[in-house]
Design a protein around this ligand. Structure first.
Ligand code: SAH
Length: 393
């Protein structure tokens, strides 16, 4: 018999509105002894059926609901159909895209599952106990649906919050031994599927790279937190006079170097600097160095509510400094991928930064995560990447 969790009477509203997350405080009683990752029925206190969810006694998020129809069983076919639907949505968005996110967890009704495609290869992350429990089935279905050359698993710190051990390696086939070349909007990039950051490439920025590229024409550009130089490739292709990639990671900059050569840009148009952005911006401020366009795409500063204040200060600091480094009329493309820093808060931080920098700043465009990272309306937490293009007077 399926185990069940019963909700407190006043705590079932989000679930009724199809929000997938159930915190321990909402649960009045657990029937049976469901193991981590097991599928449970979610019921109102009076026993009425509400949803089907995956359970995890070790997680703050005690259960994640993903089925709202009592007659639907969570079996092999169900899982196959969910995966097929996620892939069909991407096929409709950008037919033939070589690198793309195929599955975006809760937003695709597949909690904790991330699948990115890089040409013939897939990279997957199993971030919840439920995704972990259905790993073998997921691999089988992905093979049936896409016939990939390999499926590689990558670890993520989020697994620890779910009580899951580190996990990485080949789940199917032979992963490429060397970085692989992918094409994105006509530009070529080397992607290290086995040891690059995240799943190898920041696919959430694909749309924003395409939008920002043309703004870089005839400009001297600073690409701060550059990773492997993807924004720089778009900038130079659009006619930027010079681009500096600035990043603390030696490995990322080695690939940035290779990417700029791969796309045929003359080495006198770019430079890679391995340094801490906070320190390097201060060095340039003191030296009076200036740029026409600065990109700030830092890592997730706010990793928990506990460090939100510190994260806010970090965002303000780099943005204030960048505003000071821009020539009058310069552009600042500034991002935050912290889900806890919502668009309103981010705009407020930038307001404070502009005041402190003594510069008038105007929003001329908004950036969002790429459309293959969709935001299910019943699950606004899926929105994590936001950015603004600011004109700095
Ligand atoms: N814009 C990139 C992705 C950036 S990811 C793209 O489109 O591909 C964030 C990057 O910030 C990572 O490469 C990481 O190495 C770098 N980073 C993190 N903290 C840093 C710091 N304090 N100084 C410099 N780089 C840092």
């Amino acid at each position: 018999m399926t185990s069940a969790i019963y909700l407190k009477p006043n705590k079932d509203k989000p679930l009724r509105q199809r929000h997938p997350w159930l915190f321990s405080g909402a649960i009045v009683r657990v029937e049976g002894a469901p193991a981590a990752g097991e599928i449970v029925d979610v019921r109102a206190k009076d026993g009425r059926w509400l949803a089907r969810a995956e359970y995890n006694p070790r997680s703050q998020i005690r259960a994640r609901a993903f089925c709202w129809d009592e007659t639907t069983l969570i079996d092999e076919d169900f899982w196959y159909e969910r995966l097929a639907a996620a892939i069909a949505r991407r096929d409709a968005l950008a037919p033939g895209a070589e690198a793309r996110r195929l599955v975006f967890a809760e937003s695709d009704g597949l909690p904790g599952l991330i699948v990115d495609q890089y040409g013939q290869h897939l990279v997957a992350q199993f971030l919840t106990a439920g995704a972990e429990a259905r790993k073998t089935m997921t691999v089988r279905h992905l093979r049936a649906l896409l016939d990939p050359a390999s499926i590689i698993e990558r670890d993520d710190p989020m697994r620890r919050k779910e009580g899951l051990p580190p996990a990485a390696g080949a789940l199917h086939g032979q992963p490429p031994a060397e970085p692989l070349i992918i094409t994105e909007n006509g530009h070529r990039f080397l992607v290290d599927l086995r040891s690059g950051q995240k799943t190898g490439f920041y696919l959430d920025q694909t749309a924003n790279r395409a939008t920002l590229g043309p703004h870089c024409a005839d400009k001297e550009v600073l690409n701060a937190f550059s990773y492997t130089g993807a924004f720089a490739v778009y900038a130079l292709a659009a006619g930027a006079t010079h681009v500096i990639n600035l990043d603390a990671s030696h490995d990322a900059l080695a690939l940035a170097d290779a990417n700029l050569r791969l796309n045929g840009f003359s080495p006198d148009r770019w430079q890679n600097i391995e340094a801490d952005v906070f320190k390097q911006l201060r060095i340039w401020r003191d030296a009076g160095r200036q740029f026409d366009l600065i990109i700030l795409d830092p890592p997730k500063f706010a990793t928990s509510r506990g460090n939100l204040q510190r994260a806010t200060r970090g965002y303000k600091d780099i943005n204030w400094l960048a505003m000071r480094l821009l020539r009058p009329g310069g552009l600042l493309a500034t991002f935050s991928c912290s889900g806890l820093v919502n668009a309103d808060l981010f705009q407020k931080i930038l307001f404070g930064a502009a005041l402190d920098a003594g510069r008038d700043a105007r929003i001329i465009a908004h950036f969002h995560q790429s459309p293959d990272h969709p935001i299910l309306l019943t699950f606004p937490e899926a929105a994590y990447l936001k950015g603004l293009l600011l004109h700095i007077a």
